[in-house]
Every structure is written in structure tokens, then in C-alpha cells.
Design a protein around this ligand. Structure first.
Ligand code: PEP
Ligand code: CO
Length: 455
């Protein structure tokens, strides 16, 4: 195999010598170069000290002392970058993290799939409709989803639009998280307008009860101490996205004063997708050299020896918090696939953070060809993941979900028993189906119960 030999010099551009899967073809290279130069000169979106802070927290999660909650849209859309959608998605993450922290009494690390989740891997380079074949839609940072040659052309300007939207998103999230919005004394700030429609459901009643108890505990602590617990007025929210579009990632990859090495300053936690984790591929080459904590999606085809070789390249020094393995097998396959990977990691003597993505192995199509996921199957994969890790003496330290604060109908099942017929009502995703607010809360309670049981 054409694997990069250990000791080969790395640079932010060394990936260009390798085969890069899932990259768009641009028809105007000088225009692309101009955009890349511009992107390279624009300020970073995140800082190296935030990245280090996250890495240390992920190290705690790997040891079972914290828990990673990673979630958001499958793919962000440039047009949807607005107040409502940002606030809604942030509120769901806040509510879920409160549920998880309250039940597990562990720090919950909130990582959004946002501020850069714009590039999508696809199963084919082209799409054919009624005899017309066009390049496939690869996410809003590459081209547009409309089925015509203009929309499907890879447009370099979209890289700048994506960077700008990521900056706008992050700016708003930072402002919310450092102000009153994140104040634990006022969790009512996190309530969503759609509550009235769903507040009769058991999980919202349970949530309300939990919020009241947290309020009582805070007031008790403050009465005893005689002062306000002011640190709780702000919370950390980190960003993540699939580091798929290597030109975009490279443009934000920089040295930092008084530090050695390069950081990807477009996000805190980039991850390698299931379709681009080839040992001899450009993505692995790029990721091996950056200082960020990184994630790798691992699916059912991954073998133990392959994982060991991948860890040699991506996690050679066993640096705490460096590597998160996000497993996404599917409920029917996890029983066969996960134990051999746990065994391989244990054999390596290295520590990784194990995180369960119960979404991407469980995508199905309805009879009408609509992509969906069944809530019960998602629950089954999560429950099995906890049981398998527990049985193997390993720690499941995180969950990775595609969700939205919107009241969409994209996944079937859940307390409301959504069926295939409901999908037509509010299906908004142009890529993968997401959990809606209520389904996401149900999952949070399920995971919280698993964590509480493991205490
Ligand atoms: C995703 O997270 O949206 C995705 C495409 O996942 P995977 O690489 O696991 O298929
Ligand atoms: Co997805």
C-alpha cells in the first residue's frame, strides 16, 4: 500500500501529493487560486488556546470523567445562516447538555456541527435525472443544490461565502455564550418557541422538573456560600466539521506564535469522514500534521489491523485528547464490528475517546425513496454501544448526532410515533435526516439514563 512512510516531512500542502477523494473539480484554476490566497490572509475563526482547552477536556472524556455531546445539522446551508436557526440549534445543545450533566454529574463538552459544516461526501460524482447528468451537489461551500448546470458548477467564491457565514455564526454563538443566554440561573432562555406544541410530552415535563431542581441547588449553594456562582454565567461551546474540502482546510492552517507546529484555525475539532479515511489518502496525510484534536469516523468495514495502522499515523504519540473515534456501524452491525476495534485499541496500549454516531449506519429509504432514520434503530445502536463498551472494559465517552431545534419530520418514530406519511409534512434537509427537537431530547434522556446507570 502506498502509505506515507513514518518520518516523511509534513506541510499544510503535503496532502497534494496524495489522492484526494471527494474533491470538487474547478474549471477556473486562477480564480480558485485567488480565493485561496484571500482565505489564507483572512483572520482565523478560532484560536490555538481554545483548541488546546478542548483537547484537554476530550482527554477527560476518554478517561470517563467528562462526556462529549457533538451535534448539529448534517450540512449547514448558507441561506439558513440566520438568528432563528442558530439560536434553535444552540438551545437544543444546551438543553441536552443540561440533561446529560445533571444525570451523570460529569462535565459535558458541547461541540456543535456548525460554523463550517458545509462540504458533503457523496456516493457518486454525478447525478442523473431524466437522462440529464450533472455534477453531484457537494454542499454549499462547493456548489448549489438546484439541478441545472449553473447551480452545479463548483464555484470558488462559495469558499469565501462559507468562511464568512462560519464567522458570522461563530460570532453570534460566542456572544450568546458569554452573556445572559448561557446563565444557568435562567435556563428558560433555552426554551424553544415550539414548546407549547410539545410541552405535554413526558420528556419536557421531566426536563422542567430537572430545571427546577437545578435552580434550587444553585440557590442553596449561593445561600451557603453567600455569593453568586458567577462562573455559571458563561459556557463553552466548541465547533467542529468534517475536514473534507482540503483546499479550505489548508487555507486556515497556520503556525501560531510561540508554539510549534500548525493548527487548523477554521474549527476546534475537525474530523475525517468514513469515505475519506484511506491510509494512503490525502485526508489522512493532511490530518496527521495538524495540532488540533481530531475525529475519525469508523464504519463496519474497518478492521482491527487497519485501525492500528491508522493510529500509528494519526495518534503516534498517544497525546491525551488527540484522537476521537466516532463509530457509526448501524444497529445490525455494531455487535460484530465494535468488539474487534475495541480489542485493537486495547492491544495498542493507546487511549482514544470513543464516541457513538448512531445516525450514519442507520439511514434507510422509504418506499417513495425518501431518506429517513428510525428512532428505534438509533436507540438500539446507542444501547448496544454502551453495553459493548462496558462489557469490554472500555469507555463510551461521547455521542454524535444529527439534530435540529426545528420541528422537522425527517426521522420516523419517537414518542410522537412519526410515520413515513409524516415525512412529507416538514422535511427540510437536503442531505441526511435529522432528529427534531423532541426526538433529540428523548435521546438525551436515554443517554443520561445509560450514564447514570454506569455510575
Ligand atoms: C456526516 O457526518 O454527515 C457523514 C457524512 O458521516 P460519515 O462520514 O460517517 O458517513
Ligand atoms: Co450526515
Amino acid at each position: 500500500m502506498n502509505q506515507v512512510p513514518a518520518g516523511t516531512p509534513w506541510s499544510p500542502t503535503s496532502w497534494r501529493q496524495m489522492t484526494a477523494a471527494q474533491q470538487p473539480v474547478y474549471d477556473d484554476p486562477p480564480a480558485l487560486d485567488q480565493v485561496v490566497q484571500k482565505l489564507t490572509s483572512l483572520p482565523p475563526l478560532v484560536t490555538s488556546w481554545e483548541i488546546d482547552k478542548l483537547r484537554l477536556q476530550l482527554a477527560e472524556a476518554a478517561e470517563g470523567r467528562a462526556f462529549l455531546l457533538q451535534g448539529g445539522d448534517c450540512s449547514e446551508s448558507l441561506d439558513d445562516c440566520g438568528t432563528e436557526s442558530i439560536v434553535r440549534n444552540l438551545k437544543v445543545l444546551m438543553q441536552m447538555s443540561l440533561i446529560l450533566a445533571f444525570s451523570s454529574m460529569k462535565r459535558v463538552i458541547r461541540v456543535g456541527r456548525f460554523a463550517g459544516q458545509y462540504a458533503k461526501p457523496r456516493s457518486s460524482d454525478t447525478e442523473t435525472r431524466d437522462g440529464v447528468t450533472l455534477p453531484v451537489y457537494r454542499g454549499d461551500i462547493v456548489n448549489r443544490s438546484g439541478f441545472n448546470p449553473t447551480d452545479r458548477r463548483a464555484d470558488p467564491e462559495l469558499l469565501l461565502r462559507g468562511y464568512e457565514r462560519a464567522a458570522l455564526t461563530l460570532n453570534f454563538i460566542r456572544a450568546l455564550c458569554s452573556g445572559g443566554f448561557a446563565d444557568l440561573h435562567h435556563p428558560e432562555n433555552w426554551e424553544l418557541g415550539i414548546m407549547s406544541e410539545t410541552q405535554d410530552s413526558p420528556q419536557f415535563q421531566r426536563y422542567g422538573e430537572m430545571v427546577r431542581r437545578i435552580g434550587d441547588s444553585l440557590r442553596f449553594m449561593e445561600a451557603v456560600q453567600g455569593l453568586a456562582i458567577s462562573q455559571l454565567n458563561s459556557v463553552d461551546v466548541f465547533t467542529s466539521h468534517e475536514g473534507l474540502h482540503l483546499i479550505y482546510e489548508q487555507a486556515q492552517t497556520r503556525p501560531v506564535p510561540r508554539r510549534t507546529g500548525y493548527f487548523n484555525l477554521s474549527t476546534h475539532l475537525p474530523w475525517i469522514g468514513e469515505r475519506t479515511r484511506q491510509l494512503d489518502g490525502a485526508h489522512v496525510e493532511y490530518f496527521r500534521g495538524i495540532k488540533n484534536p481530531i475525529g475519525v469516523k469508523v464504519g463496519a468495514s474497518m478492521q482491527g489491523d487497519e485501525l492500528l495502522r491508522l493510529m500509528d499515523v494519526l495518534h503516534p504519540d498517544n497525546e491525551p485528547g488527540r484522537l476521537t473515534l466516532i463509530h457509526r456501524f448501524g444497529a445490525d452491525k455494531i455487535g460484530a464490528a465494535l468488539p474487534r476495534l475495541i480489542e485493537a485499541v486495547q492491544r495498542s496500549g493507546k487511549t482514544v475517546l470513543w464516541c457513538c454516531d448512531p445516525m450514519h449506519g442507520n439511514t434507510i429509504s422509504t418506499a417513495d425513496g425518501v431518506k429517513t432514520r428510525n428512532y428505534d434503530t438509533i436507540v438500539r445502536e446507542i444501547t448496544e454501544a454502551f453495553a459493548i463498551h462496558r462489557g469490554a472494559g472500555s469507555i463510551l465517552g461521547g455521542i454524535h448526532l444529527e439534530l435540529t431545534g426545528d420541528n422537522v419530520t425527517e426521522c420516523v418514530g419517537g414518542a410522537r410515533g412519526l410515520t413515513a406519511t409524516d415525512l412529507g409534512r416538514a422535511y427540510k434537509s437536503v442531505v441526511d435526516p435529522r432528529l427534531n427537537h423532541e426526538q433529540a431530547m428523548e435521546i438525551a434522556f436515554l443517554v443520561a439514563d445509560q450514564l447514570a446507570a454506569a455510575q
